[in-house]
Design a protein around this ligand. Structure first.
Ligand code: HSE
Length: 300
């Protein structure tokens, strides 16, 4: 049996729409083994009631993609999923499912695929690299898809940087959160984001956390999505006042994530309380960036 741990991820980090992401120390576990016949999928943990147990399961779909690529066709398959990552909340649950399925299936079929090839397959399934890259490699990733190939660079998370996530008690599909975005943006907004995304990558490389406040500003997606997350702007402002270095929508939302090196309890309290003022119950967690991506812990 193969057992793979895959981290949660937060994508965009503000201005890095579809290109920046960070792995966090919250994990889903994918176990996979060959059977003589049939498909048996067992799911426990977060969102388990709603996760399909048939061929439409995304972990199975990802495994199938690997099996087709390497011409390995097990007669049957058992998959067991133990999930900690909240589903459809902007913390990379679908990326974790895809990456977990790909890494486990690659191990089961003789480790024929390189990590770069696994990333290509994951991006084909997810559509953009900003969650799947850190889920696979860990740390902070800068990635760009070009002519069927994904170029990426991994950055070690700066010392002392932690996050507070406020996870609202409702789901938001990435599809819906992308439908509210405009097809075109003003040049000034593009320029605004290019500068901040570049500044952010440099600040994270250098560990200059005081630049995060400016470097995490965004004009490409957050404001358009505010109507989908009641209280979003107030929670962002409150977390900043409580001492967050930067605070943004996590991926497509609805989770909001604050980056800080101190004041974690106060930031958590104001995020939870401010969401509550808008009628939203939010689960608040202190998560740390993890430099470790998807990994097989045991082989039995
Ligand atoms: N970059 C993506 C978005 C992340 O914001 O839509 C969500 O998968």
């Amino acid at each position: 049996m193969i057992r793979v741990y895959v981290p949660a991820t937060t994508a965009n980090l503000g201005p890095g729409f579809d290109c920046l992401g960070m792995a966090l120390n919250l994990h889903n576990v994918v176990e996979m083994e060959k059977l003589d016949a049939g498909l048996h999928i067992e799911v426990q943990g977060d969102g388990s009631a709603d996760i399909p147990r048939d061929e439409s399961n995304i972990v199975y779909q990802a495994a199938l993609k690997v099996f087709e690529t390497v011409n390995f066709f097990p007669a049957g398959l058992r998959i067991k999923l133990t999930n900690q990552i909240p589903v459809c909340r902007g913390l990379g649950s679908s990326a974790a499912a895809i990456v977990g399925g790909i890494v486990a299936a690659n191990l089961l079929s003789g480790s024929k695929l390189s990590k770069d090839k696994m990333l290509d397959l994951a991006v084909q399934m997810e559509g953009h690299p900003d969650n799947v890259a850190p889920a696979l490699f860990g740390g902070i990733t800068v990635s760009a898809a070009a002519e069927g190939e994904v170029h990426y660079i991994c950055i070690a998370p700066p010392a002392g940087l932690k996050t507070v996530v406020a996870v609202p008690d409702f789901k938001l599909s990435t599809k819906l959160a992308r439908e509210v975005l405009p097809n075109q943006v003003p040049l000034q907004d593009a320029v605004f984001n290019v500068g901040r995304a570049a500044l952010l990558a440099a600040a994270l490389c250098k560990g200059d956390l005081d630049k995060l406040c400016c470097a995490m500003e965004d004009r490409l997606h957050q404001n358009y999505r505010a109507s989908l997350v009641p209280g979003m702007k107030k929670v962002l402002a409150a977390a900043r006042l409580a001492g967050a270095k930067g605070v943004v929508l996590s991926g497509a939302g609805p989770t909001l994530i604050a980056f800080a090196d101190d004041n974690f309890e106060l930031i958590a309290k104001v995020m939870r309380d401010t969401f509550k003022e808008s009628g939203i119950i939010a689960q608040v967690m202190l998560l740390e960036p993890t430099p470790v991506g998807a990994r097989a812990m045991e082989r039995m």
